[in-house]
Design a protein around this ligand. Structure first.
Ligand code: F6P
Length: 328
């Protein structure tokens, strides 16, 4: 017999992403709609361990749908990775009479939830929130669309100055292990070359491609580089290498960094957050647990957490071809 759910907790964990607030709002209001109580947990799993909880109602989430970051704050808790830490967290949840929780975060946060569920048979649901879009079982994670728009807005500005000075720009974007941001924003911003962790372009091919662009009459160029790219040099070493091998280029580097994680969520991310929050709470109420709520082919779906953690998100190789054709 699944446990009757009367009090649901919500937390945000790991790297924040635009749309997390909209997802918190959705979880809180879905609980209110179904006349069950909702508890916010501050600072992710660390706040769970410390019992840092707050009662939330529909009015406690007003005016946040448009806000980046997370009103519940986020953390990467080392203590929750230990059995002792998780035991403390469980004791706090029981003390607060919480019957299940929804965690908004990435694969690290889901791993924590999955282990917790296994150890204590505690109902859990995951909502994918990371700008990297590297979670299996959903075509989009919360914040990815906003981050893409932030990146192309920045690169459009960089393009203005690149073209005024006939310069080559290396723009580093986030994506420690995944090239989705680099690949899609690179195409959207008209990049000459895109370097991603999933594909080793190789230094020589990059130099050759830049040489060809000069010969083709291009006066300025943009190369988009994911922070985890496989070329083996950081973006500043890459600049030195290219300047040494192609003296005709004047190179500048721009690292977009954490600005990609902030800002008001796009309409897409707000709608996604609202849909996923509803499904997460209603699934818990139906007695389901240990799933990630995601979106595939514009339909809200459930994927077992373990599969979401273990599954690989492959890049669309057709996009690599499109990028190559566009930079002719
Ligand atoms: O959220 C994932 C991510 O954006 C990665 O692309 C990046 O490497 C990482 O966060 C950096 O996060 P932090 O500075 O919070 O450790």
């Amino acid at each position: 017999m699944p446990k009757i759910i009367k009090r649901v907790a919500v937390l945000t964990s790991g790297g924040d992403s635009p749309g997390m607030n909209a997802a918190i709002r959705s979880v809180v209001r879905t609980c209110a709609f179904h006349k069950i109580q909702c508890i916010g947990i501050y600072r992710g799993y660390q706040g769970m361990i410390e019992g840092d909880f707050i009662e939330m109602g529909p009015r406690s989430v007003h005016n946040i749908i448009n806000k980046g970051g997370t009103i519940l704050k986020s953390a990467r808790s080392k203590e929750f990775m230990t059995v002792e830490g998780r035991k403390k967290a469980y004791a706090e949840l029981i003390k607060a009479e919480i019957d299940g929780f929804v965690v908004i975060g990435g694969d690290g946060s889901f791993t924590g939830a999955q282990i917790f569920n296994k150890e204590f048979k505690f109902p859990v649901m995951g909502i994918p929130g990371t700008i990297d879009n590297d979670i299996f079982g959903t075509s989009h994670t919360l914040g990815y669309d906003t981050a893409l728009n932030t990146v192309i807005e920045c690169i459009d500005k960089i393009r203005d100055t690149a073209s005024s000075h006939n310069r080559l720009f290396f723009v580093e974007v986030m994506g420690r292990d995944a090239g989705h941001i680099a690949l899609n924003a690179g195409i959207g911003a008209g990049a000459e070359e895109i370097l991603i962790p999933e594909e080793d372009l190789g230094l020589e091919r990059l130099v050759e491609s830049l040489r060809k662009s000069k010969a083709a009459g291009k006066s300025s160029s943009i190369v988009v580089i994911a922070e985890g790219d496989k070329i083996g040099k950081n973006v500043f070493e890459l600049k030195d290498y290219v300047e040494a091998n192609l003296p005709e280029y004047e190179v500048r580097v721009s690292v977009l960094g954490h600005m990609q994680r902030g800002g008001s969520p796009s309409c897409f991310d707000r709608v996604l957050a609202s849909r996923l929050g509803v499904k997460a709470v209603e699934s818990l109420l139906e007695g389901k647990s240990n799933f990630m709520v995601g979106m595939l082919n514009d339909k809200v779906t459930l994927t077992p957490l373990l599969q979401a953690i273990k599954g690989e998100t492959l890049i669309d190789r057709e996009l690599l071809r499109v990028s190559e054709i566009m930079s002719v």
